[in-house]
Ligand binder design. Structure first.
Ligand code: KIV
Length: 273
């Protein structure tokens, strides 16, 4: 049962997320990539569902998010929006669909909105992508920012370690957060940065921050669904809390099915016509 009892039936909008921050209500966000899971996550009372490009890792088995294409993101977002009634659905813009070319960024975001029914897009980066963010916003498309560890830049970072521990990087992150708010982003994801810095940025901004590996001082939290459900068992970072061990549940269930088929126990007399 969801513990979120405030306005539980009312559709979540970008405006409502701002209201939630203003009254101190934490924002819950999870990823989803398909209809069945999105439906369950929405029915549990989730505020925001992110069609993350982490689909590249947990759905497609890639080691980075870079191979994800615009068509693939639109496909996942189409599946998710069909299962969602209440949550705000945000779709990641994939690597190569917005960096360095704001006209292409606008065209990519319009395709996402038109073809998938998602309600907002998320882009990674700060000042480097300011022109793309502005152009997308000028078309009336809500933008969620993403700072700190930005997995599409893994080849530049060379590591998935905590970001902005050093003064210079922390300062740039603060400036980028202010810039994204000024440009008109409705929220910012802060990934894998020191908790103290995340709290400082959160207090500085009027728009909500959503943390992942960024401590408890942000306005909300996000996790990858497969990670928190224990389906993606190999991924065990410090920040991850597992809420279920579905990996074991699924392998046990599948093992029992195999056994029943092999022994002739399934189907029984009641399970046939
Ligand atoms: O792609 C994703 O799942 C994300 C979250 C980790 C924030 O960007």
């Amino acid at each position: 049962m969801s513990t979120n009892t405030i306005d539980n039936k009312r559709k979540v909008t970008t405006l409502r997320l701002g209201e939630m921050k203003a009254r101190g209500e934490k924002i819950a966000m999870l990823t989803a990539y398909d209809y069945s899971m999105a439906r369950l996550v929405d029915q549990a009372g989730m505020d925001v569902i992110l069609v993350g490009d982490s689909a590249s890792n947990v759905m497609a088995g890639n080691t980075t998010t870079l191979p994800m294409t615009l068509d693939q993101m639109i496909y996942h977002a189409q599946c998710v929006t069909k299962g969602v009634e209440r949550a705000l659905v945000v779709c990641d813009m994939p690597f190569g669909s917005y960096q360095g070319n704001s006209k292409q960024a606008l065209a990519s975001s319009i395709r996402i909105m038109k073809e998938s029914n998602a309600e907002a897009v998320k882009l990674e980066g700060g000042s480097e992508i300011a022109e793309s963010v502005s152009r997308i916003l000028s078309a009336g498309i809500p933008v969620m920012g993403h700072l700190g560890l930005t997995p599409q830049s893994i080849n530049k970072f060379g590591t998935y370690a905590v970001r902005a521990r050093q003064e210079a990087e922390a300062r740039k992150l603060i400036e980028d957060a202010k810039l994204l708010e000024e440009l008109g982003c409705f929220a910012i994801v802060l990934e894998k940065i020191p908790a103290e810095l995340a709290e400082r940025v959160t207090k500085m901004l009027d728009i909500p921050t959503i943390g992942i590996g960024a401590g408890s001082g942000t306005d909300g939290q996000v996790l990858v669904l497969q990670d928190m459900l224990g389906i993606n068992r190999e991924f065990t970072p410090k920040f991850l809390r597992r809420y279920a061990d579905l990996g074991t549940t699924i392998t046990n269930a599948v093992g029992n099915y195999i056994n029943d088929v092999k022994t002739g126990d399934f189907p029984n007399a009641d399970e046939q016509y």
